[in-house]
Structure formats: structure tokens, C-alpha cells
Write a protein that binds this ligand. Structure first.
Ligand code: 5GP
Length: 187
């Protein structure tokens, strides 16, 4: 059926996953990004159909009922899901990367065992908290919630295929590229 390989990247909010992914995709132009659907509001700079498909909760429920998601999860007061059709179409043309959290990653692995799961770790929890604060746009309550979620996410890393520490951006990007190359370029 599909020809490309599937990669799942997870990592706590503030870990720099977006930056890592951006750099990785600049180098590997053959890699496509799976655009998730979400019910949360767009942040400044986010474009519909590029970063996410921004949909209503009603449409989200409809997609769940119609089995239109490969996986979905409700967290941070919003629904998030991977639209199946779009993913299958992208996989026909090449390898695809999903940026999803551990519940979704586990469900993807069950349905597509060949998927490669990569967990991006912060150098330490103290550093993660420092980075979250550094953004300056997050309330104390939000920081506490995100740190709690991050601690839970960190416990899930053991069943990922790879964990990569983002203490040095260049090295972290290199490691992720290596993992992808091993899988995509293998004969
Ligand atoms: P954010 O709202 O900050 O963009 O994303 C919050 C969390 O939702 C991140 O951990 C991100 O990886 C995760 N996420 C984004 N899209 C999906 C999806 O389609 N499914 C699941 N399960 N998680 C997602």
C-alpha cells in the first residue's frame, strides 16, 4: 500500500521540537509533514492547512464518528487528530513525519508497527521550565500545567524507538537526521 516511511516526533511543549523539525525538513526535502486537525484557536503566525487544519468541535466529533482519523486525542482542552486520507496520500509519495503527543504516538504504533517513534528530551526539567518561562507569553498556571504534562510525557519515552536530547540544537538535528536516513535510505 504505502511506499514512504512514517516517523512520529513527540516532546514536551518548550523542548524545541518545532525548531528541530523545521531544520530536519529543510535538509530532507523528501519528508512531508502530516498536518493535524485541531479545535484549538490558531496562534499568531499559524496558517490553516499549513500548521494545522483549524476546525470546530462539531466537525472534530464528526471526523471521529466517521473514522476519518488515524488517531486522535483530547488534551489541553482541545481535540487533536491525524487525518487518515491526507496521511495515506502523502505516504504514497514519500516519507511523512507526525508531530503528536504520546497517546497518539502509541495508537499510531499499534496501527502502523513499522512507524519510527522519536522522543525529543529537554536537557533537564529545570531547563524546560526556564525555556517555558522565557517565552514570556505563558501564565504561571499554564506553566504549572505544562510542567505536569511534561513530567508525564517524559515517563512515556521508554517505549519510543529513539530518544534524542535537545541540549545542543545542531547535534539533536544531526541525530534525528541519522535516524531518518537509516530507515528511509535502507535497502
Ligand atoms: P500545540 O497546541 O502546542 O500545537 O500542540 C499540543 C500538543 O498536541 C503537542 O504535544 C503536539 O505534538 C500534539 N498534537 C498535535 N497534533 C496532534 C495530533 O494530530 N494528534 C495527537 N495525538 N497529538 C497532536
Amino acid at each position: 500500500m504505502s511506499q514512504g516511511k512514517l516517523f512520529v516526533i513527540s516532546g514536551a511543549s518548550g523542548v524545541g521540537k518545532g525548531t528541530v523539525l523545521g531544520r530536519v525538513m529543510k535538509v530532507r526535502e523528501d519528508l512531508r509533514f502530516s498536518v493535524s486537525a485541531t479545535t484549538r484557536a490558531p496562534r499568531p503566525g499559524e496558517e490553516d492547512g499549513v500548521h494545522y487544519y483549524f476546525i470546530s468541535m462539531e466537525r472534530f466529533r464528526e471526523m471521529v464518528d466517521n473514522d476519518e482519523f488515524l488517531e486522535y486525542d483530547l488534551h489541553a482542552n482541545a481535540g487533536y487528530g491525524t487525518p487518515l486520507k491526507q496521511l495515506e496520500e502523502k505516504l504514497r509519495h514519500g516519507s511523512v513525519v507526525l508531530d503528536i503527543e504520546p497517546v497518539g504516538a502509541g495508537n499510531v504504533k499499534k496501527k502502523m508497527p513499522d512507524a519510527t517513534l522519536i522522543f525529543i528530551m529537554p536537557p533537564s526539567m529545570e531547563e524546560l521550565e526556564r525555556r517555558l518561562r522565557g517565552r514570556g507569553d505563558t501564565s504561571e498556571e499554564q506553566i504549572a500545567l505544562r510542567m505536569e504534562r511534561a513530567r508525564w510525557e517524559m515517563e512515556q519515552r521508554h517505549w519510543y524507538d529513539h530518544t534524542v536530547v535537545n541540549d545542543d540544537l545542531d547535534r539533536c538535528v544531526e541525530e534525528v537526521l541519522q535516524i531518518i536516513a537509516e530507515k528511509v535510505d535502507e535497502k
